[in-house]
Design a protein around this ligand. Structure first.
Ligand SMILES: C[S@@+](CC[C@H](N)C(=O)[O-])C[C@H]1O[C@@H](n2cnc3c(N)ncnc32)[C@H](O)[C@@H]1O
Length: 355
């Protein structure tokens, strides 16, 4: 083990395994609590019986009871046996309800269900190689947009864009901006609204997300923003953009180096590339105490690595890490790469790269 490697404090292994299984099962129930609005309603109405909560949410009473008991034994909800009432304590509610914005961790629980849906296809890949395509993932784009909509979008203007010296002033004056792998395009919509003199374009492989983004931008009256279905591994633009962004969209590319080379070519010499990507080390021995280590390696195997391999890609994986990311950016011709960590985001760091 290299000198920089971390050591991990271990629990007894049988206890640890049971914690893991209980945690995994509870994660599915948290996802359900989020999607059904049960957490939001519990926070709103306070102590309630099964019947009251079922009525208030218009959900089936028998299912609500089982869910509440699961939440109770997992220590998320408190149960008063005398009153037969259930309460979501305010400090727990804060981490589980929509109105908490970036602090709502319930959103992330949905990734476990999204991944579990493709387990059979992943097992086949373990035997035969290859990968699972984006199209196999039910709800991926919806969950991704919900995630970035709460963790990135609200922080974009105040903390993310100011990482680039003088950028906000340039956006105010009017510049050309491209976002690659834009998904449902919420980050671009936020920028397009704030900077009406600038022109924004978002590219994504997936027709469904581009159609969603186009419709949403139109309904918001954003005329300085367009979306296109486009594979950014064949970009072809030369010195066209002043500012290019990629939010969690490089590590799952089929050809990440080609995409970074294309971004570098498409950027004016005075321009900046801002890449938000997963914050980790490229070396597993340095990730032993990563707060999301097990979660992110699983997301990699069950999604990010495999969607790349499905396109005969490199399969970099979610945990490609700072060291590899820096090397790829430098190879693409970025002479300066500054890595920033922001408090609002436990998952990512931001690379500010210039040529
Ligand atoms: C992890 S999602 C991130 C979406 C969005 N940036 C966000 O933060 O919500 C990655 C996105 O990159 C898109 N993508 C992957 N490879 C691409 C390629 N070669 N060209 C364009 N889009 C690509 C996927 O369709 C997906 O929407």
């Amino acid at each position: 083990m290299p000198a920089s490697a971390e050591t991990k404090t271990e629990k007894r292994f049988d206890e640890k395994l049971l914690d893991i299984y209980n945690g995994a099962a509870t994660t599915l129930m948290i996802s359900i609590g989020h999607r059904t609005g049960l957490f939001d309603k519990m926070a709103e109405i306070g102590a309630a019986s099964i019947e009251q909560l079922a009525k208030a949410t218009s959900l089936n009473e028998r299912y609500v009871r089982e869910w509440l008991d699961s939440m109770t034994v997992s220590g998320i909800v408190n149960y008063d046996a005398e009153q037969k009432s259930y309460t979501l304590p305010p400090d727990h509610a804060h981490l589980l309800i929509r109105s908490s914005g970036k602090d709502n961790l319930a959103v992330f629980a949905q990734y476990v269900s999204v991944m579990a849906n493709v387990e059979d296809e992943i097992i086949e890949c373990f035997h035969k190689g290859g990968g699972v395509p984006y199209s196999s993932y039910k709800r991926f784009h919806e969950v991704m947009a919900e995630d970035s909509g709460q963790s990135l979008v609200p922080a974009l203007l105040e903390t993310v864009l100011p990482l680039v010296d003088g950028l906000v002033a340039k956006l105010d004056q009017g510049i050309e901006v491209m976002d690659i792998g834009c998904g449902r395009g919420l980050a671009l919509m936020r920028m397009a609204k704030a900077f009406p003199k600038s022109k924004f374009v978002g590219y994504d492989l997936c027709d469904e997300t581009v159609a969603f983004a186009t419709k949403e931008a139109k309904s918001r009256g954003l005329s300085n923003l367009t979306f296109e279905v486009r594979d950014v591994s064949a970009l072809g633009d030369v010195e066209k953009f002043d500012f290019i962004t990629a939010f969690d969209a490089i590590h799952d590319q089929a050809q990440p180096q080609t995409v970074l080379n294309n971004i570098s070519k498409a950027l004016k010499t005075t321009g900046t590339f801002l890449m938000q990507d997963i914050d980790a080390s490229s070396h597993v021995e340095n990730n032993l105490n990563h707060p999301l280590g097990p979660f992110l390696y699983a997301v990699s195997c069950m999604h990010c690595m495999t969607v790349s391999l499905a396109q005969n890609g490199e399969g970099l994986g979610t945990m490609w890490g700072r060291e590899t990311a820096k090397t790829y950016l430098e190879r693409a011709g970025f002479k300066s790469v500054v890595i920033e960590k922001l408090n609002h985001d436990i998952q990512n760091c931001i690379y500010v790269a210039t040529k």
